[in-house]
Design a protein around this ligand. Structure first.
Ligand code: MEV
Length: 436
């Protein structure tokens, strides 16, 4: 067991590595070597990564893949995806290719409002508080003028401030519930800075407002990652007879089974969570590649999946007049300026690959990636099952775990073109090849 350490953050990076290597590893030299291997030899680039967070000791790599042939609103995209799960990029590419020849994906941004709240306690008369709020409201806007100036010039800013009475849920609890338009920025810093100013103005002026009895106690000021009015919809559709990719399943049977699978996810939370997890495979990978906050996106989307009181599917499907339709509607607070987007060289590259999208365009791309992923998953699940494709992709991981040489990889991959992949079958094939 290691001893507690005082002043760890003040140590140099080499000293930090030395300390953890000696304190936690049987072979400190090996631990150091691994951490060292993942450092970038370009000193400036490494320093950039070191300074993103506190106590950086190395870099943590994920593969960056690309899925080409995404036709979205008649524009072709190659979508960057940062993800470790073997089958995700292949599934996205397959779905993209399928829909490219059937009119592509259509996507639209429904709304772009973001939310922040000042949470406070007040133990006096509500009508006096309401009166105070109405009086102070113009000053709340005025006092943030300097902060919002640039955003307002570009057409964004604070769009509304409401006083919300929550005392039926929690004694003395009220909010300033604030709506923002942050344009191409995710806007977290902008929103939080405004909120902290609202809190100051609201608290400080209350003291001079002689009709207001009862104290205002600010609890906290923070943006909300629940953004049900920052919404995007993406969809695909085609005549049923065009669902004809699989020779073993008729288009009608394919459509019927697909719809049943979606309906199951709509009403059964156990299935809905896995169904949505597959959607998040597509969403998180693009969110991460474009330098956005995938935790915020995850939290907001899962809350939206419960908006009717029970956790449910984010995608829906219908067949009407012989037309198969499949769509997703999700909240996405994304940015294409600010934060990592101007800093991380790979993020910048991914945004250039996407032709420098606006935040709205990125919302559409990300929603499409989620829909495509869900289409690919449901197509496999309702026909061959997912393990066939999954294990084929996983084959390389197993081979790498056992240090297979390029020739061994080639021979074993050829063998499993006609045999079922399982962990034990791969080991056996490798042993046979090695004459063990
Ligand atoms: C695996 O990462 C995702 C799936 O389980 C999604 C689904 O079941 O729909 C294949």
């Amino acid at each position: 067991m290691s001893k507690p350490i005082v002043g760890f953050s003040k140590l140099s990076k080499t000293e930090k590595i030395d300390w953890i290597s000696k304190s936690y590893f049987k072979t400190p030299e090996h631990a150091k070597l691994v951490l060292e291997q993942y450092q970038n030899s370009d000193k400036k680039l490494q320093q950039l990564h070191d300074e993103f967070i506190e106590n950086t000791v190395s870099n943590y790599y994920l593969p960056l893949g690309v899925a080409p042939n995404f036709l979205i609103n008649n524009k072709l995209y190659t979508i960057p995806m940062a993800i470790e799960e073997s089958s995700v990029v292949a599934a996205a590419s397959k779905a993209a290719k399928f829909w490219q020849s059937r009119g592509g994906f259509k996507a639209e941004v429904i709304s772009t409002t973001k939310i922040g709240q000042v949470h406070f306690m007040y133990d006096g008369d509500f009508s006096q508080l309401q009166h105070y709020f109405n009086t102070i409201k113009p000053q709340l806007f005025n006092d943030t003028n300097a902060i919002t100036q640039n955003m307002r010039k570009r057409g964004g800013g604070v769009t509304n401030i409401e006083l919300v009475n929550k005392t039926n849920k929690l004694d003395n609890y009220y909010q300033l519930h604030v709506s923002f338009e942050t344009l191409d920025a995710m806007g977290a810093n902008f929103i939080n800075t405004c909120l902290e100013q609202f809190a100051k103005t609201f608290k400080n002026n209350a003291a001079n407002f002689n009709t207001l009895n009862g104290n205002i106690k600010i609890v906290m000021s923070i943006l909300s990652n629940y953004v049900p009015n920052c919404l995007v919809k993406a969809q695909v559709s085609c005549p049923i007879e065009q669902l004809n990719d699989d020779k073993n399943v008729s288009p009608q049977v394919f459509a019927d089974t697909f719809l049943q699978a979606v309906k199951i996810a709509e009403i059964e939370p156990y299935r809905a969570v896995t169904h949505n997890k597959g959607i998040m495979n597509g969403i998180d990978a693009v969110v991460l590649a474009t330098g956005n906050d995938f935790r915020a996106i995850e939290a907001g989307i899962h809350a939206y999946a419960c908006k009717n009181g029970s956790y449910s599917s984010l995608t829906h499907a219908s067949v009407e007049n012989g037309i198969f339709k499949f769509w997703i509607e999700i909240p996405l607070a994304l940015g294409t300026v600010g934060g990592l987007t101007n800093l991380h060289p790979l993020v910048k590259l991914c945004l250039e690959l996407l032709d420098h999208p606006s935040a709205k365009e990125l919302m559409q791309i990300v929603a499409v990636s989620g829909l495509a992923q869900n289409f690919a998953a449901l197509r496999s699940l309702t026909t061959t099952g997912i393990q066939e494709g999954h294990m084929k992709m996983h084959l390389m991981n197993i081979l790498n775990q056992h240090d297979a040489t390029p020739t061994e990889k080639e021979q074993i991959t050829a063998h499993f073109k006609t045999n079922t992949v399982s962990h034990s079958a791969v080991i056996e094939a490798l042993h046979n090849l090695r004459g063990l």
